[in-house]
Design a binder for this molecule. Structure first.
Ligand SMILES: [Zn+2]
Length: 440
């Protein structure tokens, strides 16, 4: 048995009054965030001008300032739970810390910018409750939140309710959020669960996430997209075209945008569900799984639907595998982002100079191999596991891997040819030098 932190997320069926209360809480969080940010800016300015002022930088400091000012700033504050304001200020405190850490080199990844105000229709509607009446009610159809009260859930809460009744789960916090027109609650739960120490399986599988297929395994197995997802994706494409024809600021454009958001959300749900089924099967049936590193910087920049989808699929696959491999005792290896899994020939190791996304078949100019692009990539990923084992790289489980700050800080380290990988990172990663070793 081990204690793990797990999330349980349920769609809600709020009443119109609750719907308003939910938005009001998210709005309150945003107001507190923006107010706090404004205050920090003013104080920084004053300090720069030589005045001796305190700049509230932490949650307790921000909360103290808020409590002093709330009667003037937000005379309606009593309408929402105090947790709403706290949630907004907490987000700000974290953002400020990330900014200082990033500037002092204490944070991996790209440089973090100074926090920016959250705009009403652009920012994600979310609010976190950490204290008060946060409960799953005994009828397994309702949850309870401070101020909002008992709210009906769309589906049964039995999976969480059972654990709470057995005493193997404890709710730490609840976050409400909105996607398209639907509200969700996500409980952060401390769960006592059975965790396998080591998998008795020796199989190694490389997984490549695609667009045309949900995933391609190095074993040659192709997991197709669910039919419903294909339908949703076609709808997304159509609505996207429609949106671009609509006049900016028109009522119809607004309608189309809302419709598109709904279809997007449903496509994302279908994909996530299919990926959950796949990752559970993969983690329980195999000893080692190899996936590609995520190109986070590229993810933000590329606006093509196909690329965005495959990136989000990969991100989700990795996220799920990183905790499921811990639960089921298997091992996760993440290939370096400079490892050219798609461009390398899985038979002879020849590397193609350029491979566009449109090229669906990999054709080797050295040994003449012709293979489906995704299968070729999956095979290369699987080979990486062998390389990791041979070279004696310390590969551990993905336990507690820091998923938030994965990108470039580590990559810089990995690019150095002979640096040993035992830097305490928990996810096994293989450097860019791997392909040469593979070719031998
Ligand atoms: Zn070849």
């Amino acid at each position: 048995m081990a204690t793990v932190i797990q999330a349980y997320r349920f769609a809600l069926d709020p009443t119109p009054v609750q719907r308003r209360a939910l938005s009001s809480h998210c709005g309150a969080a945003r107001v507190a965030h923006n107010w706090g940010l404004h205050l920090v800016r003013i104080r920084l300015e004053q300090r720069r001008a030589g005045e001796d002022v305190d700049v509230p930088w932490t949650l307790p400091a921000l909360r103290r300032e808020w409590n002093k000012a709330k009667d003037q700033v937000a005379p309606w504050w009593a309408e929402n739970s105090k947790e709403a304001y706290s949630s907004g200020l907490d987000g700000l405190a974290r953002a400020l810390k990330n900014w200082t850490d990033s500037r002092n080199g204490r944070r991996k990844g790209r440089l973090v910018g100074f926090p920016r105000p959250k705009k009403k229709n652009r920012a994600r509607d979310a609010c976190r409750f950490t204290t008060g009446q946060i409960k799953v009610l005994n009828d397994r159809k309702h949850i309870q939140l401070p101020r909002i009260g008992a709210c009906k859930t769309h589906e049964s809460t039995r999976k969480l309710a059972r654990r709470i009744e057995q005493g193997t789960a404890r709710i730490l916090a609840a976050t409400i959020s909105r996607t398209a027109d639907r509200w969700f609650v996500s409980f952060t739960v401390e769960v006592q669960r059975h965790v396998q120490i080591d998998s008795d399986k020796a199989t190694v599988v490389g997984v490549d996430v695609g667009i045309r297929h949900l995933a391609v395994l190095s074993t040659g197995r192709v997991i197709p997209n669910p039919k419903a997802l294909e339908r949703s994706l076609r709808k997304v494409r159509r609505l996207n075209r429609q949106l671009h024809r609509r006049r900016p600021g028109s009522v119809r454009r607004c309608q189309t945008r809302r419709r598109l958001a709904r279809v997007h959300a449903s496509a994302a749900n279908l994909r996530r569900d299919a990926l959950h089924k796949l990752t559970t099967a993969l983690a329980t049936e195999n000893g080692t799984l190899v996936v590609e590193q995520l190109n986070v910087a590229g993810m933000v920049r590329n606006r093509h639907l196909a690329r965005a989808l495959s990136d989000s699929g990969l991100a989700e696959l990795r996220r799920q595998l990183s905790y499921k491999t811990v639960w089921y005792g298997s091992q996760l290896i993440v290939a370096d982002r400079f490892y050219p899994s798609s461009k390398t020939c899985s038979a002879c190791g020849w590397v193609k100079a350029k491979l566009t996304l449109a090229e669906r078949t990999f054709a080797c100019e050295s040994c003449g191999l012709r293979m489906d692009r995704d299968l070729n990539a999956a095979r290369n990923l699987a080979k990486l596991a062998k390389y990791v084992a041979q070279s004696g790289w310390e590969t551990q489980n993905a336990r507690g891997a820091d998923r938030k700050t994965q990108p470039s800080g580590q990559v810089a380290k990995k690019r150095e040819p002979s640096s040993p990988a035992r830097d305490g990172r928990e996810t096994g990663t293989v450097g860019a030098q791997a392909p040469t070793a593979l070719a031998r």
